[in-house]
Design a protein around this ligand. Structure first.
Ligand code: PEP
Ligand code: MN
Length: 362
C-alpha cells in the first residue's frame, strides 16, 4: 500500500533522548515581560521544552483580545536567545506563515479553526513550499478525520516532511466535563493509518480548565503519543486569553514530574511471553464474541421473518427501552462501564434493525 505521508523520523527533528516532547508557554504573547518571565521559568524546568505563544488569536467573537501581532515574534526570539529553548507559534494564513518564517520561528502549528479550511491550509502550504519547516497540524474543530488527514497531506505535498499532528479534542453540543471532547478514537485511527506520524496531545484545549490536565496528559502518553502541549502563564489569572486553562510554571513542573513514561514495547523475554499468552486468550475471546454475534443475528433474522409473516412492524420502542435498561443495570452489577454497554447495545440494535429491514423488503 502507498504510504499516505512521506515523513522524516521523529527522532531526527522533534524528539530528544526518547523523552516525551513538551511544548509549553502562554496561550497568547501579551507583553515582553510576560513572555520573558514565563519563558525563563519554563526553561528552568527543562531546556528541552519548546516554548509556545499565540501571536494571532482566533477568537469566537470580535472585540476580544485578538493577539499582539508580529511584535510577539520578536519576544519569542528574545526568549530563545535568553534560554536556548526552541520556539513554536500558530499560523492561520499565508501572511502569518511569511512572518513566522522571516522571524525564524522553529516550529509552526496550524490551529483547529484553520485545519477545517482547505483554502487556508493550501495558502500556508504554498508559502512553506521549498523551506525546511517543521509543522504540526491540530485536529479540526469538528470530528472529521478526512479534514485532519487532508491538511497533513497538503502540507506534506509542499515538501514538508518534518510533520506531526496535535490532538486538541473536538467541539460538541453535549454537556461534558471537557471544553473539547477528546474522542481518543479519532487520534488512534489517524495513528493507525500513519504509524510514524508524531502525535502530540494538547490537554489544555481538551480540558478548558487545569483540573484534568494531569489525567489527560498521562492518558495521552499511555496511548503512545509522542508529547504534550500544555499552556502556561506566569500568572494565569491575568491572562488575556484562555485564563482558566493555563497553569503556572510551578504547576507545570509538578505535572511533568508525576508523569509516568512507559515504553511502547519491552525486550524482556519473560514479559513478551506472558503478553503473547494474554493476547492469545484475548484472541480466543474475540472469536467467541464474533460467533455470539453471529448466533444473535440468526435469531434476529428469524424474528424479522416472523414479524413479516404476521405483518408486525420492525420496531417496538417499549421492548427496546426495556432491553436497554435491563442490560445497563446488569452491566453495572457486573462491573462493566454503563456508557460502554449502552453504546454497544445501540450499535447492536441498529444492526438488528438493518437486518430486519432487509428481510421486510426482501
Ligand atoms: C491555541 O493553541 O492557543 C489554540 C488557539 O488552539 P486551538 O487551535 O486548538 O483552538
Ligand atoms: Mn489557547
Amino acid at each position: 500500500m502507498k504510504k499516505l505521508l512521506n515523513l522524516t523520523p521523529v527522532n531526527e527533528w522533534l524528539k530528544i533522548n526518547d523523552e516525551p516532547v513538551i511544548i509549553s508557554g502562554p496561550c497568547s504573547a501579551e507583553s515582553e515581560e510576560q513572555m520573558m518571565t514565563t519563558g525563563k521559568a519554563i526553561a528552568a524546568i527543562n531546556k528541552n521544552i519548546i516554548f509556545r505563544a499565540g501571536i494571532w488569536k482566533p477568537r469566537t467573537r470580535p472585540n476580544a483580545f485578538e493577539g499582539i501581532g508580529t511584535i510577539g515574534l520578536k519576544w519569542l526570539n528574545m526568549v530563545k536567545q535568553e534560554t536556548g529553548m526552541l520556539t513554536a507559534t500558530e499560523i492561520a494564513n499565508a501572511s502569518h506563515a511569511e512572518e513566522a518564517l522571516k522571524h525564524g520561528i522553529d516550529i509552526l502549528w496550524i490551529g483547529a479553526r484553520t485545519t477545517v479550511n482547505p483554502f487556508s491550509v493550501q495558502e500556508i502550504a504554498d508559502v512553506l513550499k521549498g523551506t525546511d519547516s517543521k509543522v504540526l497540524v491540530k485536529n479540526p474543530i469538528n470530528p472529521d478525520l478526512q479534514l485532519w488527514l487532508g491538511a497533513l497531506e497538503r502540507i506534506n505535498q509542499a515538501g514538508i516532511t518534518k510533520l506531526g499532528a496535535i490532538h486538541r479534542g473536538f467541539s460538541t453540543h453535549e454537556s461534558t466535563p471537557f471544553r473539547n471532547v477528546p474522542r481518543w478514537e479519532m487520534a488512534i485511527e489517524l495513528k493507525t493509518m500513519i504509524p510514524d506520524l508524531p502525535m502530540i496531545c494538547d490537554p489544555s484545549h481538551i480540558c478548558g480548565n487545569t483540573e484534568f490536565i494531569p489525567y489527560i496528559s498521562q492518558k495521552a502518553l499511555d496511548l503512545d503519543m509522542q508529547g504534550l502541549m500544555i499552556e502556561s502563564h506566569f500568572k494565569p489569572s491575568i491572562a488575556l486569553s484562555d485564563a482558566k486553562q493555563q497553569v503556572t510554571p510551578a504547576e507545570l513542573k509538578v505535572i511533568l514530574s508525576k508523569l509516568v513514561v512507559r515504553k511502547a514495547e519491552s525486550t524482556n523475554a519473560e514479559f513478551k511471553n506472558k503478553l503473547d499468552e494474554l493476547r492469545e486468550t484475548i484472541n480466543k475471546i474475540d472469536d467467541q464474541l464474533l460467533s455470539v454475534f453471529m448466533n444473535r443475528m440468526s435469531v434476529v433474522a428469524n424474528i424479522g421473518k416472523y414479524k413479516k409473516e404476521n405483518n408486525v412492524t420492525i420496531l417496538q420502542t417499549t421492548r427496546w427501552e426495556e432491553l436497554l435498561k435491563d442490560k445497563i443495570t446488569q452491566a453495572k452489577a457486573m462491573g462493566l462501564d454503563a456508557d460502554f454497554v449502552k453504546q454497544l447495545y445501540i450499535l447492536i440494535h441498529e444492526d438488528s434493525i438493518r437486518k430486519q429491514t432487509e428481510i421486510m423488503n426482501g
